[in-house]
Design a protein around this ligand. Sequence first.
Ligand code: 13P
Length: 305
Amino acid sequence: MLVTGNDILVPARAGKYGVGSFNTNNMEITQAIIHTAERLRSPVMVQMSEGAIKYGGQDLANIVIDLARRATVPVALHLDHGSSYASALKAIKMGFTSVMIDASHHDFEGNVKETKRVVEAAHAMGISVESELGRLGGIEEHIVVDEKDAFLTDPEEAVQFIEQTGTDYLAIAIGTSHGAFKGKGRPFIDHARIEKIAGLTGIPLVAHGSSGVPQEIVERFRKAGGEIGDAAGIADEDLQRATGFGIAKVNVDTDLRLASTVGIREALAANAKEFDPRKIFGPAREVMSQVIEHKMRVLGSVGKA
Ligand code: 13P
């Protein structure tokens, strides 16, 4: 069933488990996400970035909405990193049930002002809102934040921000970063900060940059001819701890990008004569499903639908 973000995230925060919010860009990714959620009886969020909207538009949104409506588990369609009021409203008009306004590049007052505007409009239409305070390192589509400028969310500011904006859930900077090239080793996750923010606030918290970049997938990627630098995302144990404190929405994009490319590369490497798209994208969907299942088990959302 198609539900709002709040419908999924409020119970997750109360039950101390996390729900994956996976980025989609096509039918196979969407099927992998929603069908795996159904198989495992897990709630799930499917998110489209502005780049995904540019690429797949209403066609892609309709695929998600149709699968979500027919799904036997709760599914929300979320706008990832909405950059403006106009972008958030456009997504709501397209049928999204959850939107993010990312005004985290503004100063505190500017962020509050921009977020509040979106919250008022979205709430009038029954749609829940994510916003962000603090800044993540790494690269995601149009967002390039130099590691030096990345700063972690201040707990006291988070309290003020939630009060002043009425945001439904808040993305906090806790040490994760976007993208596949996450530097050497696992990132340092500031658990004390998560615990403090969670203790001072009641709403669901969001972790961006939550791909774990499974080493088995990275190895298969390389073996099938792919080139990738040092890619170590958040460790499963760190993610589990974070969800225990109050991280309810867990954003994952890179893991699925890698998994789908592994499926495609392996299919083509196994048979140079292959040109049936179903024999190429089908395996990609299969590898993505495995990665999604692993993530749902780590987050503890299995059986919660
Ligand atoms: P990853 O690049 O770690 O998958 O993060 C995606 C994300 O946070 C989307 O908002």
